[in-house]
Design a protein around this ligand. Structure first.
Ligand SMILES: Nc1ncnc2c1ncn2[C@@H]1O[C@H](COP(=O)(O)OS(=O)(=O)O)[C@@H](OP(=O)(O)O)[C@H]1O
Length: 359
């Protein structure tokens, strides 16, 4: 084989043949060796970075808080992170049951300055919990930065007489949120939950009419809990003995269902936090009939199936009787809050009677 570039390029090294230095340099130049070393180094660093970031992701996923369902929006727990600790809540959603307390808490939890407690803690209304003291309560709270608000919700706080005084003893300047909805619809929603629980347990279901109408008088049964819970003015008055009105934010649950971002904006103002939650954080789920949270990856996070359940059909005359019963209490509630919620403007039509009338 002759010498020259082409001959060296195609030179076949025979077994046992020793390359002289010049040939070595031409066949495996120094520059290429450095390049190879650099590539190997970059590869090692890349692999190292991937391993580290994967383990961190695993840590965050393993600790994520999920209020209901999966979400890429849900918050990682701040546990073990520097400058975080568990703090007693600076705000409590006190009720009303079935008025949209879970939706409100889940939506507020999108806010970076809020950490919500996932479970209902029943600290102030269950004596056995209250007796365990503030330390027990604090240990149930999520880790937060100093700048964040911790919010708990237990809807039965609204109606249990002992609660306002106990909350006041813990923090007299706490912020309270009361979410309410049309009391007739709330009463039916309360019954729908009771009914479903009976069906699941294969227990007999008492018809709504038997519970809500006093068999002796034919009037509304005031001692039926689902009715009692809808008399908002009575409960609010108990809270106003301890807290000033500007410490209590009243949220319209029907509005929260229709356009959550509008009610949330008012709550952000009340809490003194920046306006972060907007219409673009929500997506209307047609099959559920409710707004759900839009995740960062454009998927949806709806509340669990126990929210927005189908209500049993209730005869219009019963609903109208309830409407008339709540009227005086509603007016009192409007006066107390300085706001007309418009619950008394509608009347339930009996479709069958309507049709007969038209014939
Ligand atoms: N976005 C969204 N998704 C699902 N459900 C919604 C939503 N917004 C408000 N609601 C209404 O919330 C009602 C349940 O209220 P609560 O969460 O307060 O119930 S509970 O007291 O905690 O059991 C629930 O009542 P039901 O329809 O009777 O199930 C809903 O009407």
């Amino acid at each position: 084989m002759t010498s020259g570039r082409s001959s060296i390029k195609y030179h076949i090294i025979q077994q046992g043949e020793r390359l002289d230095e010049t040939r070595k340099k031409i066949l495996c130049p120094k520059l290429t060796r450095y390049k190879l070393l650099a590539i190997v180094f970059i590869l090692v660093v890349t692999v190292f970075c991937i391993v580290i970031s994967n383990s961190q992701l695993h840590f965050l996923r393993g600790n994520s808080v999920c209020l209901s369902g999966n979400s890429s929006n849900h918050k990682e727990r701040l546990e073990h992170l520097p400058h975080t600790k568990r703090r007693l809540p600076q705000c409590i959603i006190i009720g009303a049951r079935k008025a949209g307390t879970r939706a409100l808490l889940s939506f507020l939890n999108i806010h970076p300055d809020i950490q919500a407690v996932g479970r209902e803690l029943h600290f102030f209304d269950f004596d056995e919990n209250y007796e365990l003291g503030y330390d027990w309560y604090r240990k149930k709270m999520p880790y937060t930065y100093k700048t964040q608000l911790t919010i708990e919700k237990t809807p039965s706080y609204l109606v249990e007489s002992v609660v306002p005084e106990r909350v006041y003893a813990m923090n007299s300047s706490i912020k309270l949120i009361l979410i309410v909805k049309d009391p007739v619809e709330r009463t039916i929603s309360d019954y729908a939950q009771f009914r479903e629980n009976k069906i699941i347990r294969h227990k007999p279901v008492i018809p709504f009419e038997n519970l809500v109408i006093d068999a002796d008088t034919g009037d509304i049964n005031r001692s039926y809990n689902a009715v009692r819970r809808s008399i908002y003015c009575r409960h609010l008055q108990k809270w106003l003995k301890y807290f000033s009105f500007d410490q209590i934010k009243i949220v319209d649950g029907d509005n929260l269902t229709r356009a959550p971002w509008k009610e949330i904006r008012k709550v952000e103002s009340f809490l003194g936090i920046s306006h972060e939650i907007t219409k673009s954080d929500f997506v209307f789920n047609v099959s559920r009939g409710f707004y759900c949270i839009k995740n960062d990856d454009a998927s949806e996070k709806c509340l669990s199936r126990s929210k927005g359940r189908k209500h049993p059909s209730i005869q219009p005359w019963i609903k109208n009787k309830l409407r008339a019963f709540f009227h005086q209490f509603n007016l009192k509630f409007y006066r107390l809050t300085g706001r007309d919620f418009g619950w008394d403007d509608s009347y339930y039509e009996d479709e069958e009677e309507e049709e007969k009338g038209q014939e």
